[in-house]
Design a protein around this ligand. Structure first.
Ligand SMILES: [Zn+2]
Ligand SMILES: [Zn+2]
Length: 338
């Protein structure tokens, strides 16, 4: 079909548009939630504030404090002078591979990821709030304390093998990220009273944020992202509208062409009938007339039975069986009775 390409392009564009809308909604929702989230100081009053709530929890709260391990802090495995409460070691393979277009493109693939965490709290003087389930945080600002890239040494064989397989390793990158002990962070999530101590966990509404940014700069980050998605939505929407227009124009043109063809066909048919009626003999005996309309002369022979019993006008309406002998019609032809 001639609108296949446009339809496929429209389908892909609508999928991208859907993703953009989903991202926009997420950013808008989080920005809205962050704006309404109340900010509390970590002090002696916080516990009683949470206790006063009916559910003994605040669904979305902002607190700020210093990362303090509960117990002996983790030591960085690659930089021993660094200690923290969360450690993420990643191993990435950098390689170049031949894409569909035949061009070599650089790729980065995660080979291994290991995490190590321990309980910790955000503290302000002698008061603290334990942070739970930190690895599922939507935003988690950690320090990169180690980043080393080792280029691969490839032999001539590796080069030749790489050329044919389409993948060639360039190097291995090792990084270590640590949530340092003593860093001052903003945490946003569900604040609740667990026994006698306070803890914060991912909120069912907006997740958990653990960031070096302040509440206002975090809101700005989501607002900015929201506008970026609006621009993308506008662009994808314009592409969709253009493609829909293109498809509609093609369908309209095709319909118009079909109409024109039908009009010419009818015109020719009418002319043919008139011409034939002019050349017909004026007086016909009854056995010379079409058995269906009993007006026009018999003009069509049905095969294989061989009956000449229909006029040209009635012939298209008799599709399967001969009206005289009920024999199956395989083919038909114009008959000239001289
Ligand atoms: Zn007839
Ligand atoms: Zn027949």
């Amino acid at each position: 079909m001639d609108i296949l390409n446009e339809s496929v392009a429209l389908g892909v564009d609508l999928i991208i548009l859907g993703i953009c809308v989903r991202e926009y909604m997420y950013n808008k929702r989080v920005a809205g939630l962050l704006k309404t989230a109340p900010q509390y100081n970590i002090d002696g009053d916080l516990k009683s504030i949470v206790e006063r709530q009916q559910t003994k929890s605040i669904p979305y709260a902002v607190i700020r404090g210093t990362v303090t391990p509960i117990g002996v802090p983790l030591r960085s495995s690659l930089v021993p002078s660094v200690s923290g409460v969360l450690q993420i070691v990643k191993l990435h393979e950098h390689r170049i591979s031949r894409g569909f277009s035949g061009l070599w493109m650089e790729q980065c693939k995660l080979l291994h990821k290991s995490t190590n965490e321990m309980p910790f709290e955000l503290r302000s003087q002698e008061h603290g709030v334990e942070i739970v389930d930190v690895l599922s945080a939507a935003v988690l600002d950690v320090d990169v304390v180690y980043d080393s890239y080792e280029p691969s040494t490839l032999s001539a064989f590796d080069h030749i093998f790489g050329f044919f397989s389409g993948v060639r390793q360039k190097g291995i990158q090792t990084t270590e990220e640590v949530l340092r002990e003593g860093s001052f962070l903003t945490a946003i999530g569900k604040l609740e009273l667990d026994g006698n101590s306070l803890r914060m966990q991912p909120s069912p509404e907006g997740g958990l944020f653990l960031t070096t940014a302040t509440k206002s700069s975090l809101i700005k980050r989501f607002e900015d992202a929201k506008w970026t998605w609006i621009l993308k939505i506008a662009f994808c929407g314009a592409v969709s509208a253009f493609l829909i227009g293109l498809i509609a124009r093609k369908i309209y043109r095709k319909k118009k062409q079909q109409k024109e063809e039908a009009r010419i066909h009818n015109l020719l048919e009418t002319e043919r009938r008139e011409r034939r009626s002019r050349s017909r003999p004026l007086t016909l005996s009854e056995d010379q007339l079409c058995v269906v309309c009993v007006t026009n002369p018999k003009e069509i022979i049905l095969l294989p039975c061989g009956h000449v019993c229909l006029c040209e006008d009635c012939s298209p309406h008799i599709a399967t069986h001969c009206p005289v002998c009920r024999g199956k019609i395989v083919s038909r032809s114009a008959a000239f009775i001289a």
